[in-house]
Design a protein around this ligand. Structure first.
Ligand SMILES: O=C(O)c1ccccc1NCC(=O)[C@H](O)[C@H](O)COP(=O)(O)O
Length: 220
């Protein structure tokens, strides 16, 4: 079942059931988290086992935070991802190094709260293959992503110069219609909004999210 013309990345998968459900719904991307503080963290070998069912059906995304070469070497060797998502403070130089070392597309994540947060994006243009705009982590959170909070989507609407990006942060079945209408985005990313508790994906919430995306894209 294809979800729609909208690309949908479901992030932080940890079980075969969740992988099966997102594939059944036509997810374009599935993400695995490699960040020990996250409730979604997996070892590379665990992610590789889960990814086997998805290879060739959805793009496999490895999500890391300021990872060094040793960590990336291990992940790339075990998982053989299609895309590396860099979700830390990686500089444009580091993004370029990572691209060259692995020959893989890189999606660079940025944390957005206000318009000026987009100012840091320009040096990455022509280096990162894609951007992911997520909300800034709430105070006290140890996670740079997966916090289930949104930023003001009107900010993104005004920045259509930013090129190829995914909209992320606090999306769910209830707000995706408004998020898509406000931003005009064609690619979205979600984690907490399809979980019953942090790190626990819920197949019914996944189904409901894709149904909402399909409905929203039919009215787009
Ligand atoms: O999800 C995590 O636990 C995580 C930890 C460390 C870095 C990135 C992380 N997630 C990255 C993602 O791409 C999430 O899907 C994105 O932040 C949106 O999450 P949510 O707001 O929960 O939908």
């Amino acid at each position: 079942m294809s979800s729609s013309a909208i690309e949908v990345k479901i992030c932080g998968l940890k079980t075969p059931e969740a992988v099966e459900t997102v594939l059944k719904n036509g997810a374009s991307h599935i993400g695995f988290i490699f960040f020990p503080k996250s409730p979604r963290h997996l070892e590379p070998a665990q992610a590789a086992r889960l990814a086997a069912a998805a290879r060739g059906k959805a793009k496999i995304v490895a999500v890391t935070v300021n990872a060094d070469d040793a960590q990336l070497d291990e992940i790339v060797a075990a998982l053989q991802p299609d895309i590396l998502q860099l979700h830390g403070n990686e500089t444009p130089e580091r993004v370029a190094q990572v691209k060259q070392r692995y020959g893989l597309p890189v999606m660079k994540a940025f944390s957005i709260r206000e318009n000026s947060d987009f100012d840091v994006v320009a040096p990455y243009q022509g280096i990162a293959d894609r951007f992911l705009f997520d909300a800034k982590a709430p105070k006290g959170s140890e996670l740079p992503g997966g916090n289930g909070v949104s930023f003001d989507w009107n900010l993104l609407k005004a920045r259509q110069d930013l090129g190829n990006y995914m909209l992320s942060g606090g999306l769910n079945a209830e707000n995706i219609n408004v998020a898509l209408a406000k931003t005009g985005s064609f690619a979205i990313d979600i984690s907490s909004g399809v979980e019953s508790e942090p790190g626990k994906k819920d197949v019914h919430l996944i189904d409901a999210f894709f149904a909402a995306v399909r409905e929203a894209s039919n009215t787009k």
